[in-house]
Design a protein around this ligand. Structure first.
Ligand SMILES: [Ca+2]
Ligand SMILES: [Ca+2]
Ligand SMILES: [Ca+2]
Ligand SMILES: [Ca+2]
Length: 418
């Protein structure tokens, strides 16, 4: 993969020969600005290590050594959000506010003793400033949104396993306040705004999901059904839906106008794996309901289901790593975006994929090798650019990544600038 990435001054004939393939020197093997001795054509005038198309190579004759067939056309750029405090139990959340500012919520993941809950804000220069909110015995995945008044809201699980509670937080006047929503063994699942813009939340025990409506001062519960680890979705017509596993069957529930819930199976057989809990559901693109979940029909894998004309289509996302858990799905008006990481720790990679125009049109690695990407949380801004925060547990850092897209240059010579 490093062929062609050497600076021109280190290009030697031995390196070029090792690169081979499409860009092996054509004709008599000469690849220099001096031209080919049999034709007089200059095959690699820009000395990027790739011969021009005219010489049978794949370089786009750009006269630029930084533009060549293996150059990354779009690149992920990284920044540290908070270095040096991560533990193996950390969780993350990410949201973008009305001013376009990114906010990350995360725990420090300490395995013993209290964990810290943190809020980091990205400044206009791209750097992040963390502030500790509070501490608790442990934290579960935070759900974040910006409400109709522009306030940052959080739903999070606190407490040790077996004695958890769900807390809701709001950032007002620069300070966070937290209140208990569900006590006992409840865990936080998701925050959402309903069709009328009212703040709602879904929590769950191991056997039952509860839907909560916030009237501005108090939370009112409704039982949804025997669903563990649900997600909540607002349909285009404002109807609220909850999806999650009932035992090993994935179920899909809709809220009627009178506040009752009707549930039906998504999967007719047992195919939701132990981590089907990680299912996510979104309405995008268009009006179809799309689910991304972990399924174990053949082997543990991420799958994409989409409800079209009362039939669930199914696509295995074999181009993404099979995560044990930990992936993030978001949508905008035109696309679904997935960030997923894979085990094992030492070689785990973070990957990104995009569904648009009826296809998974893009899949690529965000980070791999000597750095990994656990517990990703993603948002997509108004320009369709994905932003991700994740735990990098090899060098011990909470990292932020953004995909820098079209820049007017077709770096990889495939005819498309993206
Ligand atoms: Ca060239
Ligand atoms: Ca070139
Ligand atoms: Ca390109
Ligand atoms: Ca480009």
């Amino acid at each position: 993969m490093f062929c062609g990435r050497f600076s021109s001054f280190v290009l030697a004939s031995s390196l070029l020969a090792a690169c081979g393939g499409d860009d092996a020197p054509p004709l008599d093997g000469t690849t220099t600005t001096e031209g080919d001795s049999s034709t007089g054509v200059v095959c690699d005038a820009d000395l990027d290590g790739f011969n021009s198309i005219e010489c049978g190579g794949t370089d786009c004759d750009d006269a630029d050594p930084t533009i060549y067939p293996e150059a990354p056309d779009s690149a992920w750029q990284f920044a540290s959000v908070d270095a040096g405090l991560l533990g193996d139990m950390m969780v993350t959340g990410l949201v973008i506010d009305g001013a376009g500012t990114l906010h990350a919520i995360y725990s420090d993941g300490a395995e013993s003793g209290p964990q810290g809950l943190w809020h980091a804000v990205q400044g206009s220069d791209g750097t992040w400033t963390p502030t500790q909110i509070t501490t608790a015995e442990a934290y579960g995945d935070p759900s974040l949104l910006v409400d109709g008044a522009g306030a940052l809201r959080m739903l999070i699980t606190t407490g040790a396993p077996g004695a958890t509670q769900v807390q809701a937080g709001v950032l007002q006047g620069g300070a966070w306040s937290l209140e208990v929503v569900g006590d006992g063994t409840s865990t936080a699942q998701a925050l959402a705004l309903d069709g009328a813009g009212v703040l709602v939340a879904v929590t769950a025990t191991e056997t039952e999901a509860t839907y909560w409506t916030h009237d501005g001062s108090a939370w009112t519960p409704e039982v949804v059904g025997p669903i563990a680890n649900p997600v909540v979705v607002r349909a285009p017509d404002g109807t609220m839906q909850v999806v999650g596993p009932n035992a090993s069957v994935l179920q899909y529930c809709q809220r009627d106008d009178d506040g009752t819930w009707d549930c039906a199976d998504v999967t007719a057989n047992s195919s939701v794996g132990a981590y089907g809990a990680e299912s996510y559901a979104r309405h995008a693109p268009g009006a179809a309901l799309h689910l991304i979940s972990i399924d174990t029909v053949d082997t543990e894998r991420l799958v994409h289901r989409h409800l079209d004309d009362d039939t669930w289509g199914l696509t295995a996302l074999s181009f993404l790593p099979s995560p044990q858990h930990g992936y993030s799905v978001v949508s905008d008006d035109s696309a679904l975006h997935v960030a997923a990481w894979s085990e094992p720790l030492a070689v785990g990679a973070l990957a990104y994929a995009k569904f648009s125009g009826g296809d998974w049109s893009l899949d690529e690695t965000v980070i791999e090798g000597d750095r990994n990407g656990w517990e990703p949380s993603m948002v997509v801004d108004g320009a369709g650019t994905p932003h991700v925060v994740f735990a990098e547990t090899i060098q011990d850092d909470l990292l932020y990544a953004v995909r820098v897209g079209a820049d007017g240059i077709d770096q990889d010579c495939d005819g498309v600038d993206n």
